[in-house]
Design a protein around this ligand. Structure first.
Ligand SMILES: NC(=O)c1ccc[n+]([C@@H]2O[C@H](COP(=O)([O-])OP(=O)(O)OC[C@H]3O[C@@H](n4cnc5c(N)ncnc54)[C@H](O)[C@@H]3O)[C@@H](O)[C@H]2O)c1
Length: 339
């Protein structure tokens, strides 16, 4: 098996997990990390027995790398990704791809020009529950999905200072709902609670898709416990999945008998099935897909277009909050004037 030589830029909260996974996988050789915080770089390099740099540019000039993960604050994604790609290095960039559409477009253009792989870290695409839910929907036994509702809440991430909760958390759900619906958003409406620092710290999003389908996202940094759940109402059934426990509960058609007694009434539900999947770390699957895309010259499962798509919708939601009205997107998910 061909191993690829990898580095990680930014080894804070998320980058340390990229580092760990690269060090664990047989397919990848963790060569080096870079972090402007020397203490952090030293600590992680000792933990994973690799070289370290404070300056990522020196790192990419001196080391021969096939690929890097970029897990620095989102406002630095563009500059660092472009510098790496210009050196011919394949890039796995954390979400959101960038802060603006023009920056995201630039990243995508350079990846095409330099013919390097560009993957965006929409990690939940690699969550086994999402793969299973997608397959269950595709069997047709639940009918067509019409309403997808998700909750992604948790504690305030004090290290994130450059983005709001929509770009931090809602982008995950925007990407997944779009993936499950296989469809483009037509309109976005959102309301938010603005924190003391002026950023949206809680938001509800209402996404209207083609064919009268609806996505609902509840997200915040205000809940003292991490909850990540998604439910899919279909024309002939209902699915509920927990991203964390990787458990799915499915319900098919309602029983024909109407409840007569109180206990029958309490129990009145359709056939319930609980599916407990073998727990797999999504980041491991994400990095293996990145590896596969490099080795077999394939498009990564989540590419730059997916990254920009999620960003467009999240930015339209932020615009909706500002303008206090629904924002329309055209068939390419480009934001039009509000209506
Ligand atoms: N996919 C996910 O589920 C997920 C989860 C958390 C964070 N993220 C994303 O990962 C990125 C990082 O977030 P985080 O929570 O790890 O932040 P963090 O602050 O914990 O880590 C960022 C690290 O980058 C370093 N850094 C900053 N500028 C640098 C530079 N120019 N060169 C090298 N290192 C630099 C910092 O010193 C820090 O150690 C963000 O884009 C965030 O949205 C994704």
């Amino acid at each position: 098996m061909k191993k690829i030589k990898v580095g990680v830029i930014g080894v804070g909260n998320m980058g340390r997990h990229h580092t760990r996974v690269y060090s664990e996988l047989e397919e990848t050789e963790l060569v080096v990390i870079a972090d402007i915080n020397r203490e952090q770089a030293l600590k992680i390099s000792e933990e994973y027995n690799c070289n370290y740099y404070q300056d990522y540019e020196t790192m990419i000039n001196k080391e021969k790398l096939d690929a890097v993960s970029i897990a620095v604050p989102s406002s630095f994604h563009k500059t660092i990704a472009i510098k790496c790609m210009n050196k011919g290095i394949n890039v796995l960039i954390e979400k959101p791809i960038a802060l603006t559409l023009s920056d995201a477009e630039e990243i995508i253009n350079v990846s095409k020009e330099k013919k390097v792989k560009l993957m965006v870290g929409h990690i939940e695409r690699f969550n086994p529950v999402i793969d299973k839910v997608k397959k269950l929907i595709e069997t047709g036994m639940f009918g067509k999905p019409i309403i997808i509702s998700s909750t992604r809440v948790g504690v305030f991430p004090k290290q994130i200072t450059d983005i709001n909760v929509l770009l931090d958390l809602a982008v995950h759900e925007i990407d997944i709902i779009g993936y499950l619906f296989n469809n483009n958003v037509k309109h976005v409406f959102s309301e938010a609670i603005i924190g003391e620092d002026g950023r949206e710290e809680a938001a509800q999003l209402l996404l209207n898709y083609d064919h009268n389908r609806i996505g609902i996202i509840q997200t915040n940094w205000l809940t003292p416990v991490k909850k990540r759940k998604i439910s899919i109402n279909c024309t002939k059934g209902y699915l509920e999945a927990d991203y964390i426990s990787q458990e799915i509960t499915s319900y098919t058609l309602l029983p024909k008998e109407t409840p007569k007694t109180y206990s029958q009434f309490l129990d009145y539900k359709s056939e319930e099935q609980i599916i407990r999947l073998k727990h797999v770390e999504p980041l491991k699957l994400e990095i293996l897909d990145f590896y596969d895309s490099i080795i077999n010259d394939k498009e990564p499962f989540v590419n730059g277009d997916d990254g920009i798509n999620a960003l467009k919708i999240a930015l339209a939601a932020v615009e909706s909050i500002k303008q206090k009205k629904r924002i329309s997107l055209d068939e390419n998910n480009k934001t039009n004037n509000a209506n």
